[in-house]
Design a protein around this ligand. Structure first.
Ligand SMILES: Nc1ncnc2c1ncn2[C@@H]1O[C@H](COP(=O)(O)OP(=O)(O)O)[C@@H](O)[C@H]1O
Ligand SMILES: [Mg+2]
Length: 342
């Protein structure tokens, strides 16, 4: 098959230049993790596909021209942003949509709705899925005595990801601190803030793969924290606890496969995952993040329509546990994208 891997890039490079960079990064993979798009392209090649590496810097027309000439059977969408802005991650799929290409992963609607942490919770509430109570605050709005939330509350940018803007200071215990943190989000991120009631519980990540009735939930990953010396509300996936390896080591933070869940918890988790996958029009693959409380209630945190696909990270690890080595996992995404109704 002819598969074009499209990704956002800081460089104005030709496919050949990217191919050369990919070869270098793959050869050095034991020392430094190759970029996700190179990992994907490398697997696709090993699987026998004809692969084009297309990096978009700032000119979407260049993609149209290149794809028009190369004529892929499928576009593997490995973009995470446009112009370094992850809020514009829907742009490339929207263009692919307009030009009639078949591409992997979520459509623009799913990317937009899941990115908005208020909109997505409202939709799942309609389906009777448990979501934390929340209030959103746009520029110029501030919490007051009528802000009816039970503390502690966690304050986040409304539409960021990768735990951007999330640290221990995101958890607030009173109205004054809530006001300050909301103002800080407005100022620092230039976007609305969402304040959610804090859910104490285990942190679980469910990667899904497939479509329609055949979508599967892969083995569940849990982020675990050293219990000693930390309060429950310290145990959240902050930016540091996700990405800073030294910090993770110091705090005993690890992503592991979740030990077997109680039957009722497992059922609730499955119901939440399938409801989210369908309600958000997710496609081919996605990751649903939840919290599981002591009394086996499952609370939806967020859906990731375009989760990180690199080797050794949560989704690829789940796939591996389900029997798919990395190359097979990437090929499975291609096969899912080819076999669904457009
Ligand atoms: N309502 C909540 N209750 C408890 N923890 C939360 C809540 N919302 C977010 N968190 C913590 O913060 C992390 C990041 O929040 P999330 O909404 O997933 O943002 P991002 O899109 O940046 O990943 C979660 O993985 C979880 O650990
Ligand atoms: Mg998250």
């Amino acid at each position: 098959m002819r598969v074009a891997v499209v990704f956002d890039s800081a460089f104005d490079w030709s496919p050949d230049q990217h191919a050369a960079k990919m070869a270098k990064e793959i050869a050095n993979r034991r020392n430094t993790e190759p970029e996700m798009h190179y990992q994907i392209a490398n697997s696709l090649r090993k699987n026998g596909n004809d692969v084009l590496l297309f990096g978009i810097k700032d000119d979407p027309h260049a993609m149209s021209t290149q794809l028009g000439e190369w004529k892929p059977d499928l576009v593997f969408n490995a973009t995470e942003a446009f112009l370094d802005n992850s809020n514009l991650d829907y742009l490339v799929p929207a263009l692919l949509e307009a030009e009639g290409y078949r591409y992997t992963g979520a459509p623009p609607l799913a990317l937009l709705v899941t990115r908005n942490k208020a909109m997505s919770k409202k939709i799942l509430a309609f389906h009777d899925i448990k979501v934390p109570s929340f209030k959103s605050f746009r520029a110029g709005e501030s919490p007051d005595e009528n802000t009816n939330l039970r503390f502690p509350v966690i304050v986040k940018p409304l539409a960021a990801d990768a735990s951007e803007g999330i640290s221990q200071a995101s958890i607030v215990h009173d109205l004054n601190a809530l006001r300050d943190r909301v103002a800080w989000i407005h100022e620092r991120f230039d976007q609305p803030a969402i304040a959610e009631e804090y859910i104490e519980g285990r942190e679980l990540y469910a990667t899904m793969i497939g479509n329609g009735d055949k979508a599967e939930v892969l083995p569940i990953v849990e982020m675990v924290f050293d219990q000693a010396g930390s309060r429950p509300e310290d145990r959240i996936a902050t930016q540091k606890s996700k990405w800073d390896l030294d910090y993770r080591k110091r705090r005993g933070i690890r992503n592991v496969f979740a030990r077997k869940l109680a039957k009722v918890a497992q059922e609730r988790l499955m119901r939440t995952c399938y409801a989210a996958y369908r309600a958000f029009w997710l496609r081919d693959y996605a990751r649903i993040d939840v919290r599981l409380t002591e009394d086996n209630e499952v609370w939806f945190l967020e859906a990731n329509a375009n989760p990180f696909l690199s080797y050794g990270h949560d989704s690829a690890e789940s796939a591996h546990k389900a029997g798919m080595r990395y190359d097979a996992f990437i090929q499975r995404i291609v096969d899912e994208a080819m076999s669904r109704p457009a």
